[in-house]
Design a protein around this ligand. Structure first.
Ligand code: ATP
Length: 373
């Protein structure tokens, strides 16, 4: 078993807290993505797990073993770095064999593992080449083959695709996901690319300023962000946030936005006493080109055709919103459109703290994480 547990882990550089009290449990053989903006502490957290940084405080468990004070080589971890760290003066074969030789494996074992790992990454024909003669994508494959050849219990990947061009990145993303599904390792994968995180992870741990602000499966973090940071960081475009006031109106409640007001169905008691932001995803806003009951008027600012859908930027009162519409609708700039917010997709946030407020009437993604067995 190789579950991973961070317990109140802290790591500072001088006075700067790079990791500021992280608690995280990764299940055996799970694929967890650490996602967050540049400088939020992802790499430092990974290095604490690998033993490349000493934690200032807290404990790190691998399996049921407290590994906080173990040297890196005794943690049974393999790591793939952003820079690949493939040795240019060595042939591909020797690069892949490197970790196995460090582990003092026997020659036939090394040969079998090198060839089978190279096979999985489709680089058998490159084994005899020097790494300096490889393309970026090929070098990246060598780095992954070297990591998986050791059959480590835990695989750590730090932005392994970030040096590849967009097309290759897309291809490798799916390939890596398939490959990792068939391995027995518990994997932590670091990226600041939210599409990579959503598409690959069983669960995503979203980091900001040295802390984990949300842990959940991709649908949860997309659909039910824990705060305005997560709603704004995940999704392209980010979640729309509009200042709102909610007031009781007889038995019903009324939400007032800068561009109009509408009646709220369901429970709203939890919203009382908060300065509010209404959060809504671009695809949860319906658009009509003629006025109708319950729709607020907005003016089109920009129309961006994106092939699979069109992205509209509209102004509604003092708010600017991103709205995604079907690809055969082309409302022109300066024209009026009418918006309807899908009630079950409305999320409420406290305007002062940014934290989500649940009313109990939202529809949330409930799909549970799939752990490969
Ligand atoms: P990126 O996505 O850019 O790689 P990250 O989330 O992985 O960022 P870290 O590399 O963990 O971020 O760095 C977190 C913070 O700690 C940054 O502000 C960084 O400057 C600082 N930091 C990291 N390593 C050191 C170090 N050895 N000495 C001083 N400061 C450091």
């Amino acid at each position: 078993m190789s579950e991973i547990r961070f317990q109140a882990v802290r790591k500072s550089f001088g006075k700067f807290a790079a990791v500021d009290g992280v608690d995280l449990e990764v299940r055996d053989r799970e694929f967890v993505v650490l996602l967050g903006p540049s400088g939020c502490g992802k790499t430092t957290l990974l290095r604490c797990l690998a033993g490349l940084e000493r934690v200032d405080d807290g404990r790190v468990f691998i399996g049921d073993r407290d590994s906080t004070d173990l040297p890196p080589r005794r943690r049974r971890i393999a790591m793939v770095f952003q820079s690949y760290a493939v040795f240019p003066h060595m042939k591909v074969y020797d690069n892949i064999a490197f970790g196995l030789r460090m582990q003092r494996e026997k020659k036939p074992v090394i040969d079998e593992r090198v060839r089978s790992s190279a096979g999985l990454l489709h680089i058998e024909e490159l084994l005899d080449r020097y790494s300096s003669q490889l393309s970026g994508g090929q070098r990246q494959r060598v780095a992954v083959a070297r990591a998986i050849a050791t059959k480590a219990d835990v695989l750590l990947m730090d932005e392994p695709l970030s040096n590849l061009d967009a097309l290759l990145r897309l291809e490798m993303r799916a390939e890596l996901k398939t490959l990792l599904q068939n391995l027995d390792a518990t994997t932590i994968y670091v990226t600041h690319d939210q599409i990579e995180a959503l598409s690959m992870g069983d669960r995503i741990a979203v980091m900001n300023k040295g802390r984990i602000v949300q842990l959940g499966n991709p649908l949860e973090v997309y659909d039910n962000p824990s705060d305005t940071f997560v709603g704004g960081f995940i999704g392209n475009p980010p979640m729309n946030f509009l200042e709102a006031e909610v007031s009781a109106n007889g038995g019903a409640s009324n939400a007032k936005l800068s561009g109009g007001s509408f009646e709220l169905t369901g429970e709203t008691a939890a919203l009382a006493g908060h300065n509010l932001l209404l959060g809504i995803r671009a695809e949860a806003i319906g658009v009509e080109t003629a006025a109708a009951d319950g729709l607020g008027r907005a003016k089109v600012i920009v129309l961006e055709p994106l092939g699979s859908h069109n992205l509209l930027t509209v102004r509604c009162g003092a708010d600017t919103l991103k709205v995604s519409i079907q690809p055969d609708l082309f409302p022109q700039p300066e024209s009026d459109v009418w918006l309807r917010l899908e009630p079950s997709r409305i999320r409420w946030m406290d305007r002062d703290t940014g934290v989500a407020i649940h009313t109990g009437t939202e529809e949330f993604a409930t799909e549970t994480a799939v752990v490969t067995t």
